[in-house]
Ligand binder design. Structure first.
Ligand code: GLC
Ligand code: CA
Length: 556
């Protein structure tokens, strides 16, 4: 495997709207990110991915872009963005933006022009079809946010357009070379500005099975899940290769794909040397327990399932490339609320989960607030949901016969809003996030969980994450932590997740994934305890006794 400039770094995702608000309008902004660069550096972060901050009506919180060349005034100005790139560099931090090009906003100029003249050049930027009242739609795919993928083209009664997500997110027609050209131009424009790269949104959806046709319905609504079509649509690789060659590769930019359901044989094409992307997220843990019927039927993962998924992903990517490893992002519940059993939210357990994930081979990606152990928030009524997908899934749960109370509880566990509550900086009003009214209420637990109370306290979750980022950078251990092979250890021992990292040296990483002590066999003597989330360490020849939720990184 070729060595890349970004391999040894720690990455961090910022959801700008909820990070830090500097002007009191309740919305986090780019100046807020600039002000926190010192903080990010202190944490040991060297790549920052910003969720979208382009002009947008925010129908899907910025994943509906109306102008790729401008910053939404709610987030700041282009001058702020340039300053952030510049000052980021001075802090040793590369700034990465979100690239949302499966679709744009229905308020984008391209779509407006397509509505004005569907037969003109911009009509070809989208999937527009003739249709008359009472006629069958071109296909029965269900959009990700519910309902059919087709809606009437604004201003017309006999034309419809295609959207995989919300109706305010019309899909761009990647079959059209003219569209691809303007997309690549835009990407290069940003990279020329000094941007470090992109996280590429929902990219696997850009290839449609054409002509559109029906699939067997999988719910009473007569529709079929989008994934069914994706499995049959061939040729996305051609687009991805072209995009990479025209853009990322020319700049040696970092790129990380939001890729689901990749075929194993495609992995080298996606993240191998000269892959379409530098890296892609490992979503295999997130997919545990998911159910095609909807969020309400989602089964929470067990320790054994988590371990199995992580080890499989490690094996798949071994010798091929780097997955980006996460326990959460802006589309998921908080990792500590999802992967740990209900009620188990001690600092020790949080550190164990974070440590096991961070030490895997690949690029560790932290999500804002993870480093202080932020948890899912509390919902008592559906009106508290902001996210369109959560509102949709709440409806799905009701349709399936759940009572309102059951539906609320079922979707609250996995709502995307959980990760979107403001960052908890301190115990001050609004968790120190804003002097105004936050756009989404802060998690009521901010008085107990916040950065100010953890910074400098050696046993805090925050200082634990700093130890992890420091180990990844240390002269002595970096080579092994970054490039060492992952070798699962005692994989059959229940509620124990242990693995070696074997490179220049050998490390043993072990986490006791339960609230009771357990012993494990030690293959050799321990030279040094590099990281330990408890104050005790109990080992002798051949045996290591781990306390509840204990996590250790040992030099052997
Ligand atoms: C990705 C984003 C998600 C968004 C969707 C549509 O999955 O992460 O937030 O809703 O794409 O752009
Ligand atoms: Ca603001």
């Amino acid at each position: 495997m070729e060595r890349k400039w970004w391999h040894g770094k720690t990455a961090y995702q910022i959801y700008p709207k909820s990070f830090y608000d500097t002007n009191g309008d309740g919305i986090g902004d780019l100046r807020g990110v600039i002000e926190k660069l010192d903080y990010l550096q202190e944490l040991g972060v060297e790549i920052v991915w910003l969720s979208p901050c382009y002009c947008s009506p925010l129908a899907d919180q910025g994943y509906d872009i109306s102008d790729y060349y401008n910053i939404d005034p709610r987030f700041g100005t282009m001058a702020d963005m340039e300053e952030l790139i510049e000052k980021g560099r001075a802090h040793g931090i590369s700034i990465v933006m979100d690239l949302v090009v499966n679709h744009c906003s229905d308020e984008h100029e391209w779509f407006r022009k397509a509505c004005e003249d569907p037969d003109g050049p911009f009509g070809q930027f989208f999937y527009i079809r003739d249709w008359h009242e009472g006629e069958k739609l071109p296909c029965n795919l269900r959009s990700y946010f519910g309902g059919p993928c087709w809606d009437l083209l604004p201003g017309h009664t006999d034309k419809i357009y295609f959207h995989a997500f919300h109706k305010k997110q019309p899909d761009l027609n990647w079959e059209n070379p003219a569209l691809r050209k303007v997309v690549y131009k835009m990407i290069n424009w940003w990279l020329d500005k000094g941007l470090g790269g992109f996280r590429i949104d929902a990219i696997i959806n850009i290839k449609k099975l054409l002509p559109f046709r029906d699939f067997p319905a999988d719910r009473d609504d007569g529709l079929c899940r989008f994934k069914t079509m994706l499995a049959e649509a061939k040729g996305v690789n051609v687009f991805l290769a072209e995009m990479a060659n025209e853009t990322f590769h020319r700049h040696d930019a970092f790129s990380v794909g939001e890729v689901f359901d990749e075929k194993e044989e495609d992995l080298p094409l996606i993240i191998g040397d000269n892959g379409y992307f530098s890296s892609m997220f490992d979503f295999s843990e997130k997919l545990i327990g998911m159910d095609a019927r909807g969020w309400y039927a989602w089964k929470m993962p067990t320790a054994e399932e988590y371990k199995k998924a992580a080890f499989e992903a490690q094996a798949k990517s071994a010798g091929v490339g780097f997955y980006s490893n996460i326990i959460e992002n802006h589309d998921e519940p908080r990792g500590v609320s999802h992967y740990l059993p209900e009620g188990e939210n001690s600092d020790a357990a949080k550190k164990m989960l974070g440590g096991l994930n961070f030490m895997l081979r690949g690029l560790p990606f932290l999500y804002q607030g993870q480093e202080i152990g932020m948890e899912n928030t509390v919902f008592t009524t559906p009106e508290q949901f902001d996210d369109i997908n959560t509102l949709h899934e709440y409806q799905v749960a009701l349709n399936a016969g759940l009572t309102p109370g059951e539906a609320l509880a079922a979707v609250a566990r996995v709502s995307r809003d959980n990760a979107r509550t403001p960052f908890q900086w301190s115990a001050d009003e609004n968790a120190g996030f804003s002097s105004g009214t936050p756009w989404l209420p802060v998690n009521p637990n901010y008085r107990e969980i916040n950065l100010a109370s953890q910074r400098g306290r050696p046993d805090s979750v925050y200082e634990f994450y700093r130890q992890l980022t420091a180990l990844r950078k240390s002269v002595e251990w970096a080579e092994t932590v970054v490039y060492g092979e992952t070798v699962p250890y005692l994989a059959e021992q229940e509620n124990l997740m242990a693995y070696f990292r074997k490179g220049e040296r050998t490390l043993l990483v072990a986490g006791n994934f339960q609230n009771e002590a357990q012993s494990m066999f030690l293959p050799t003597t321990v030279k040094e305890v590099l990281i330990n989330n408890l104050n005790c360490f109990d080992a002798d020849a051949g045996s290591l006794r781990l306390g509840p939720w204990q996590f250790v990184v040992l030099a052997l």
